[in-house]
Design a protein around this ligand. Structure first.
Ligand code: X2X
Length: 346
């Protein structure tokens, strides 16, 4: 009799917990004491700050049931950022805040954002990530075996080098430029007459310092936090040729191991952290006068602003690359993106 009462009481407690969306004792036991979040750069960068905001919100809102630990430098995969997506799918990584560029070798649709000169301004990025295109890409990621939750942003990737100011494609001739992940970058820089070389971010910084490579392309928030002016990168060209969004994702098995209520907490926290992160990434760049550039110039860096005609020369030279890659990314998806950008609110 006594035992039966206990069982009844326990069952009642468990169903009350379930009704509230709280994990029962049995479910909570399946939770790991720590979940590993992969990212390329740490909390000195907007990217890392975004992950930190996500982790803090999740820890607070789950009363510590779900603890994220950040692994910057893609250290769970020895710095090889182009393997991040596979590792995430396989469960070597539990969660990630990752750049579309680093996952594009596995998910070809993500090359969309790397098509040269597709997105002329921040409103164009938003038109894609916050609209139908963003939903389409999330469906693709879901099919590829991960759970995408929210968008963030690394940013507009500007050109830097140690040799000379670059105003024309001719100025790029022969410069050895470090590029990331996707073969699309090799095509773009080859079309521009440069000498591109693919390298991880971990390997790139010593290569700048030793002069083994002349230049690179990355958002100015990365430039400042990594202090690229100290490794010879004294020339910047503001050309805004591509921008890489970040995506907050979870491994599918991990996602399924959480209660629906906890999943919702993790998703909502990712959406909020993504919004905050985008604001941090754009700080000093999106407002008139771009104050961040004044700070960078004060460090002895020469910043080239292209006239519309000068910029057009880069657009023209890279157009064959855009056309070659459009079907590889997916003609329908690129058409959808072009339409969304044309219809954007500026
Ligand atoms: O490696 C890069 O250039 C970086 C840090 O921007 C990315 O991970 C895409």
């Amino acid at each position: 009799m006594k035992l039966r009462r206990h069982v009844l009481a326990w069952t009642a407690a468990a169903s009350a917990a379930l009704a509230l969306g709280l994990p029962t004792a049995a479910q909570a036991q399946n939770y790991k004491s720590e979940y590993r979040v992969s990212l390329v750069v740490g909390t000195a960068f907007p990217w890392g700050k975004g992950a930190e905001i996500w982790a803090n919100k999740v820890r607070e809102r789950t009363n510590g049931r779900i603890n994220f630990k950040l692994y910057p430098g893609v250290s769970l995969i020895q710095g090889d950022q182009t393997r991040e997506f596979s590792a995430l799918r396989q469960g070597v990584i539990d969660l990630a805040v990752g750049s579309t560029i680093n996952w594009s070798p596995q998910v070809k649709q993500l090359n969309l954002f790397s098509l040269p000169f597709l997105m002329p301004d921040y409103a164009a990025i938003d038109a894609l990530t916050q609209g139908e295109v963003g939903k389409e890409i999330f469906k693709t990621l879901d099919k590829a075996g991960v759970v995408p939750l929210a968008w963030g942003e690394n940013g507009y990737r500007e050109l830097t080098n140690s040799k000379r100011p670059v105003r024309t494609p001719e100025d790029l001739k022969g410069l050895k430029i470090r590029v990331v992940g996707s073969p699309l970058f090799i095509d773009t820089f080859t079309a521009l007459g440069a000498n591109p070389t693919q390298m991880s971010w971990a390997d790139a910084q010593p290569a700048f310092a030793s002069g083994a490579v002349d230049g690179q392309e990355n958002p100015m928030s990365i430039f400042t936090a990594a202090k690229l002016q100290n490794v010879g990168q004294k020339n910047v060209t503001m050309w805004g040729y591509v921008a890489d969004p970040l995506i907050f994702v979870v491994n599918k098995d991990i996602w399924n191991s959480w209660t629906p209520a906890d999943r919702e907490i993790v998703r909502q926290a990712a959406i909020e952290a993504g919004k905050d992160e985008i604001a941090i990434a754009r700080k000093g760049l999106a407002e008139p006068g771009q104050p961040l550039l004044k700070d960078i110039a004060a460090l002895g860096v020469n910043i080239v602003h292209l006239t519309p005609a000068e910029r057009e020369a880069f657009v023209k030279t890279t157009r064959p690359v855009y056309n070659k890659w459009k079907p590889q990314v997916g003609t329908d998806l690129v058409n959808m993106a072009e339409k969304a950008i044309a219809a954007r609110k500026k």
